[in-house]
Every structure is written in structure tokens, then in C-alpha cells.
Design a protein around this ligand. Structure first.
Ligand code: GLN
Length: 492
């Protein structure tokens, strides 16, 4: 048995039946990470000692024949924008390269309380900004299906690690598709919960009205198990809510599936379209009712997102000023009387506090982060706020209303996760607009705060294609039921 290929349920059963110990399970992942991470670079930090000591604790509990939660002893990976106490947390940025987390994020606390074994921290696009995994300050992650292609971003390391059997499951964050896109490109499952269903306390904020933490996993059942473990109201995140636990039992013959015509347009790779339409046909043959629907404001989603996201991002990233966190140029600032010449007689490099801010940020942030900050500060500046941010918020309401209307007629909405197959490394990095277009089918979901999952549905030229299932707000559990049914049908 290859231990690194197991799902959560299989690994849990194996531990209970003493087929292997938690230590053996963890060690097999650590060995594989040693062998594979040099190539695909999914991990930024491997916490070997920490992982082994966590596993040892679980083995002790197993010896005492204690009942254990399903995640006990299960090796996992945490995206490096989520805090794990006493472990370095970089957000993929140079500016935080020396930052150690002083506390656990709520999701991490919950995973630890269930006994999950944290193997390390996952590579990501800097501050979760990006769609390809090429924007990490520490180096890019490769797609395990094809090393010349991107794994998708920004949860690039989380997705590549699950696909390459370097962990059983991983946590990622999704502000505009960052869980679903890499899941689709790496041929695994990625679930973005309803906005607020999972606490974001301890997540390094990107765009606060859009950010959500969720799971990347080998199958839908695992995504559901992780969601159950990390979701719920948290007094440390005032936006958090309780997702309804419904036991949505349905018959495929009663299921109404909406196909939005705006998502099957020119620009979708015909190979991707073919696979998605074939899957939809299969569901129809099983009795599901397929209805064409319209989400008329879809065409404004990208523009709306690219005003709201950079605006909130520029405000959130203002805290990295070289004073409060991480890297700083302050050591080059000289006391006023020495400000012209240093003691060594050289010219001082940093003049004043403003210079500390500017030089720290100039050196610490990568190009794409700076591009977004410029967009955001421009949109929020005096005289433009009403024209951009306020207008975008109004359009956002219209986008949300489109979904409300649609969900009066259908139970779930199906779309391709991404219009293209995983693209080549370097193909889009110099063309931000074409990179941004990769997210086109996912961002409306974030703007409307809805739950959505990407499941692998087939392959084209040996590259995975993801199907996106979008549900009504707070009906996260309904999505799992539907996705599990589709997962079964797709593999029949
Ligand atoms: N790719 C999108 C962006 O660059 C989404 C990022 C995310 O979801 N974190 O903004």
C-alpha cells in the first residue's frame, strides 16, 4: 500500500485498524517531500520535527485506545498566508521573509485540536495575488501533471502538493478563484465555502470582503470532512456565520441544473467546452433537469472585481511599512545629526521615516503586488471614490441579484472552472490582462459570496479539466451532496 495516496477516510481507517502508525504515515510523506519538493516547489517550509512530534502524540492516543477524530494523524499542508504559531509565515513575499507567526489562525487551532499533523507551509503567489503560482518571491511551483505548465494560483503549492501526494489535504484561500483554479489545473477538488462560513482570523488579508479559506483535497468527501472541521461562527471574526447543516438528500431526477449562457461563449477552449458539455449530458441522461439560465451582469464581473479587490488590498497592505512587521530598511536610517554623513563618512541611504516606508515597500513587494496597490490607491483617491469603488459596489449588488434570481429556478449552477487548460510557464506573465481572464468564471462567485467547488471531470491532452458547481449562499452541504453524485457519475 502506498501511504501517500490515501484519502482522509482511508488513512483514518488504516490508523484505527493499526495497519500503520501515524508516525509511519507522516514519515512516508516527509520522505516523498524530500524527493519531490526540489522539483515542484510546493512547500516553502517543511516542519519535520513538529510534524513528527504531532504524529507521535496521536500514536500514544491510539495505544490508549482512545476514540479519535477523523483528522487525527492526517498529514496536511497550510497555505503560507495562514498563521501557524511559531512557524515562519511569508505570504510568498520578501517583505515577510523573516516573520514568525505569534499565534494560530482559528482554522489551524481547529485542525490542531482534531489532531491533524501539519507538515509545513505551502508556496503561493505573493499575498495570494495571482493565477499561476509564478508570483511567489521564493520561486514558482510546477504543475505535477506537466512540469512545463503552471499549477494555477494563488494556492499553487497547496494544489500541487495534494496532486503530487505530498500531503493528504491542504488549506488554501480564495478571493477570486485561488482555490478552484489551481484545483482545476492540478486535477483535484477545491472548495470555496460561503463567505463567512469559515473564520478568517489569522489569514493574512488580501481583499477582506472577498477572502475565504477552504480545502483542497483528493475527493469531495475529504473536502467535506475538512469543511466540517474548520467551519463555524468564531467570535474573533465578526463576518463569520454558521453554515446550515442540511442533509440534502436528493434524487438526480429532481435536480435542476442551471447552465448560464454567459459562461459558454467564444474564448472558452473548445476542448474544455466539449468535456464540460459531455459531463452535463451524462447528468441529463441520469435524469437531471438541465435549464439554460442567464446571469446578465457577468460581463461586468471582471471589471468590478478589479476595482474592489485592489482597493481593499491597497488598504490591507498599507500595514507593511517597515515598522510593524517583517523586513525593514529602518536599520539604514541614521539619527538626524548623522543624517548627511554616516560615522564611516559615507552618505546615509535613508533620509527620514517616509524614506523607510518607501524603500521598505519598494524592495519588499514584487511587481504584481505593486501594480495592484497602484490600481487600488488610484480607485480610492479623492474624486474617484464614487466613480470607481462605489460604482463597483453597486454593480456587485446586481451580480448578486442575478444569482438570487437564478436560484429561484435551479438548485445548482454548472460552469467550466477555467476557460482554458493549464497554460505554459511564462506564457501569460507579461500580459496581466490575459492572466486576469483565467479567473473570469470564478470571480462573480466571490463577489456574490457564494459557495462553489471545482471537481476534476476529465482530461484533454493529458491535462485535467475542472467543473465548477455553484450553490446558494450557506448551502455548502448541498454542494457536497451534488458534487459527490457527479464525481461518481463522471467516473462511471
Ligand atoms: N487570481 C486572482 C487575483 O490575482 C485571485 C486571487 C485569489 O483568489 N487569492 O486576484
Amino acid at each position: 500500500m502506498n501511504l501517500t495516496e490515501l484519502t482522509i477516510t482511508q488513512a483514518h481507517q488504516g490508523l484505527l485498524k493499526r495497519k500503520f502508525s501515524a508516525l509511519e504515515l507522516t514519515k512516508s510523506f516527509l520522505d516523498r517531500i524530500k524527493e519531490r519538493n526540489k522539483k515542484i516547489f510546493a512547500f516553502l517550509t517543511v516542519c519535520e520535527d513538529f510534524a513528527l512530534s504531532q504524529a507521535k502524540k496521536i500514536d500514544d492516543l491510539l495505544l490508549q485506545k482512545r476514540e479519535l477524530p477523523i483528522l487525527a494523524g492526517i498529514p496536511c499542508l497550510i497555505k503560507d498566508n495562514i498563521l501557524v504559531k511559531d512557524i515562519r509565515c511569508t505570504a510568498g513575499s520578501k517583505i515577510l521573509s523573516n516573520y514568525t507567526a505569534p499565534y494560530d489562525a482559528t482554522v489551524v487551532k481547529l485542525l490542531k485540536s482534531q489532531g491533524a499533523v501539519i507538515l509545513g507551509k505551502a508556496n503561493l503567489d505573493e499575498f495570494a495575488i495571482g493565477s499561476s503560482g509564478e508570483h511567489s518571491a521564493f520561486g514558482k511551483t510546477l504543475n505535477p501533471h506537466d512540469f512545463t505548465r503552471v499549477p494555477g494560483g494563488s494556492s499553487s503549492g497547496s494544489a500541487a502538493a495534494v496532486a503530487d501526494n505530498l500531503c493528504v489535504f491542504a488549506l488554501g484561500s480564495d478571493t477570486g478563484g485561488s482555490i478552484r483554479l489551481p484545483a482545476s489545473f492540478c486535477g483535484i477538488v477545491g472548495f470555496k465555502p460561503t463567505y463567512g462560513a469559515v473564520s478568517r482570523f489569522g489569514l493574512i488579508a488580501m481583499a477582506s470582503s472577498l477572502d475565504q479559506i477552504g480545502a483542497l483535497s483528493k475527493n469531495v468527501e475529504d473536502a467535506k470532512i475538512v469543511f466540517e472541521a474548520i467551519s463555524g461562527k468564531d467570535e474573533l471574526d465578526s463576518t463569520s456565520v454558521e453554515s446550515k447543516i442540511s442533509n440534502f438528500k436528493f434524487q438526480i431526477s429532481n435536480l435542476r441544473i442551471g447552465i448560464p449562457k454567459e459562461y459558454f461563449i467564444k474564448g472558452v477552449d473548445p476542448a474544455v467546452k466539449k468535456i464540460i458539455l459531455e459531463a452535463i449530458k451524462k447528468f441529463e441522461q441520469m435524469g437531471a433537469k438541465i435549464k439554460e439560465i442567464s446571469l446578465p451582469h457577468t460581463k461586468y464581473a471582471l471589471a468590478t472585481y478589479y476595482i474592489i479587490m485592489p482597493s481593499e488590498l491597497s488598504a490591507n497592505l498599507a500595514r507593511y511599512d517597515g515598522i510593524k512587521y517583517g523586513k525593514s530598511e529602518i536599520q539604514n536610517l541614521h539619527p538626524p545629526k548623522f543624517s548627511k554623513k554616516t560615522l564611516a563618512g559615507k552618505k546615509s541611504k535613508i533620509k527620514d521615516l517616509l524614506d523607510v516606508y518607501l524603500k521598505t515597500r519598494g524592495k519588499g513587494f514584487g511587481d504584481e503586488v505593486r501594480r495592484r496597490i497602484m490600481l487600488g490607491t488610484y480607485a480610492l483617491s479623492r474624486g474617484f471614490y464614487e466613480a470607481y469603488y462605489l460604482k463597483a459596489q453597486k454593480v456587485r449588488t446586481l451580480i448578486r441579484e442575478d444569482f438570487n434570481q437564478a436560484f429561484r429556478k435551479v438548485d445548482v449552477i454548472l460552469t467550466p472552472t477555467c476557460p482554458t487548460l493549464p497554460f505554459k510557464i511564462g506564457e501569460k506573465i507579461k500580459d496581466p490582462l490575459s492572466m486576469y481572464l483565467s479567473d473570469i468564471f470564478m470571480i462573480a462567485v466571490n463577489l456574490a459570496g457564494l459557495p462553489a467547488i471545482s471537481i476534476p471531470i476529465g482530461k484533454c491532452k493529458n491535462l485535467p479539466v475542472g467543473l465548477q458547481i455553484i450553490g446558494k449562499g450557506l448551502q455548502d452541504y448541498k454542494i457536497f451532496e451534488v458534487a459527490q453524485t457527479f464525481e461518481k457519475i463522471a467516473h462511471e
